[in-house]
Design a protein around this ligand. Structure first.
Ligand code: SF4
Length: 204
């Protein structure tokens, strides 16, 4: 399995000649990214009764625009596995349905495609700054840290099914970035998460 030690930037021969002659068009990209759960950018993906906004989380979007950070959207694992209506056997919770062999397989497919995309960005010189997950009760996207001193970023088992699989897959590719739940169900917790995110962007 390949690993990333240094971002690789590719330039064609024509590009190198143009650059040497001072003719190259300036590339304005800052090559910084975050991966954000689908519903933060489209609340219509949420289960009935779980939305916090009419359309999207404008605060996250505003910070990304202010600090020139691009966004990769993480597909909603619940929608992918159960559809928008979260169709499942009677009496089963969403977590019980998603945390099954078939549910985990579906999350693995999302994770596999996403990690390939993120890897591609990284090897082209872009930097992934963080994975922005969901509320603490989200079956697919909750972010809970184990709090181990030796590995402070390690997700705990009560995290969402997709987040756990995604961290494992990213780490296998030597991509070790912070995971943070953007807890929009409580304004004071979201404010805390946004402060964390702004500091991350300032330091990046
Ligand atoms: S599973 Fe994740 S992306 Fe889907 S609605 Fe829940 S928090 Fe949002």
């Amino acid at each position: 399995m390949p690993t990333i030690s240094q971002p690789i930037t590719k330039m064609s021969v024509a590009g190198r000649i143009a650059a040497a002659l001072g003719l190259a068009r300036r590339d304005p990209r800052r090559r910084r990214l975050v991966a954000v759960i689908e519903c933060a950018l489209n609340q219509n993906a949420r289960d009935s009764g779980a939305a916090s906004y009419p359309a999207l989380n404008k605060a996250i979007l505003t910070l990304c625009m202010q600090y020139d950070v691009g966004i990769v959207q993480i597909p909603c694992p619940e929608m992918r596995f159960m559809g928008l209506s979260r169709q499942r056997s009677p009496g089963k919770t969403i977590r019980e349905a998603l945390d099954t062999h078939a549910g985990c397989q579906s999350c693995r497919t999302i994770s596999h495609d996403l990690v390939n995309t993120l890897w591609d960005y990284q090897k082209s010189g872009c930097r992934l700054l963080a994975i922005l997950g969901g509320n603490p009760q989200s079956p697919g996207c909750a972010v809970h840290l184990e709090g181990r001193a030796s590995d402070p970023g390690q997700l705990a088992t009560q995290s969402g099914v997709l987040m756990r699989i995604l961290q494992e897959d990213l780490r296998q590719r030597q991509i070790d970035v912070p995971f943070r739940g953007m807890r929009d169900y409580r304004p004071e917790l979201l404010a805390e998460d946004l402060r964390w995110l702004e500091q991350l962007f300032k330091d990046a």
